[in-house]
Design a protein around this ligand. Structure first.
Ligand code: ZN
Ligand code: ZN
Ligand code: ZN
Length: 262
């Protein structure tokens, strides 16, 4: 069976709209909540395995929206609040429905941060750490954490299912050469495009243009831009962004709830 990759959230740290912002994008998302962006995360359904990637502070709302009722394991890209802030949302799922701890694979350097941050959730999770470049087999799906450029220890995940390859890099500034070689020619590159206009954090994130260039550079068949924050640099509306991106071939703007079969 082919796997389904669901983008649970496609916004950057502040979300869209952001409560403290009145840019054109936030105004548009306030008047049309379908255009809102929750914080970034993803879910993979292989038919027999249900895998959560990151746990954004919006996790509860995302799982309800997508009718997700089961989580078998969790892989975390990195230890930033917009990616881990929703872990506590899984407490009552484990206590009332699953009745056993959920395996969570953390970056090795985040294990201590996890136990320091969530001493009351120790029994909810079976804590493990992933290793860069090691392939994890989850039923028919293979998942490999590859290094990203994000200031702290951060992975992108290469997912392989039935000969199809998808790379998910929500937070990265370009790719280390070795990672770029491993994701060369992927069917789908889903990557960080935090900035519209000038990139204020060039060592941690990409602009939309840089994300498109990265897709071309690694010869991705399709590039999906995500982790979008339009509050900084040059705010745009969703409609303006769609028009701009239409100029590029095989580039798509992610949206919350977007599904990709691979
Ligand atoms: Zn992020
Ligand atoms: Zn981050
Ligand atoms: Zn805004």
């Amino acid at each position: 069976m082919e796997a389904t990759f669901i983008l649970l959230g496609t916004g950057a740290g502040p979300g869209l709209p952001s409560f403290f912002c009145d840019c054109v994008g936030c105004q548009e998302a306030r008047s049309n909540p379908e255009l809102a962006r929750t914080r970034s995360g993803a879910f993979i359904d292989t038919g027999n395995s249900k895998i959560l990637i990151d746990a954004s502070p919006d996790l509860r709302r995302q799982l309800i929206r997508e009718n997700i009722t089961q989580v078998d394991c969790i892989f975390m890209t990195h230890w930033h609040y917009d990616h881990f802030g929703g872990l506590g949302e899984l407490e009552y799922y484990v206590k009332l429905a699953r009745n056993k701890a959920i395996p969570i694979f953390l970056p090795p350097s985040a294990v201590k941060q996890f136990t320091d941050a969530f001493p009351n959730l120790i029994e909810i999770f079976e804590v493990k750490s992933w290793e860069f470049n090691k392939q994890y087999s989850l039923g028919d799906l293979h998942l490999t954490p590859l290094p990203a450029n994000h200031g702290i220890e951060t992975a992108g995940f290469l997912l392989e299912s039935m000969g199809n390859r998808l790379a998910y890099y929500p937070d990265t500034a370009g790719l280390p050469e070795a990672s770029a070689a491993k994701v060369r020619g992927v069917d789908w590159l889903i990557c960080d495009a935090t900035f519209h206009g000038e990139n204020w954090f060039p060592h941690a994130h990409m602009s939309i243009e840089q994300a498109v260039d990265l897709g071309n550079q690694i010869r991705a068949k399709k590039t999906v831009i995500t982790h979008l924050a339009i509050h900084y640099s040059q705010p745009v509306t969703t409609n303006q962004l769609a028009e701009e991106v239409a100029n590029y071939e095989n580039v798509y703007v992610a949206y919350d709830g977007m599904r990709i079969k691979f």
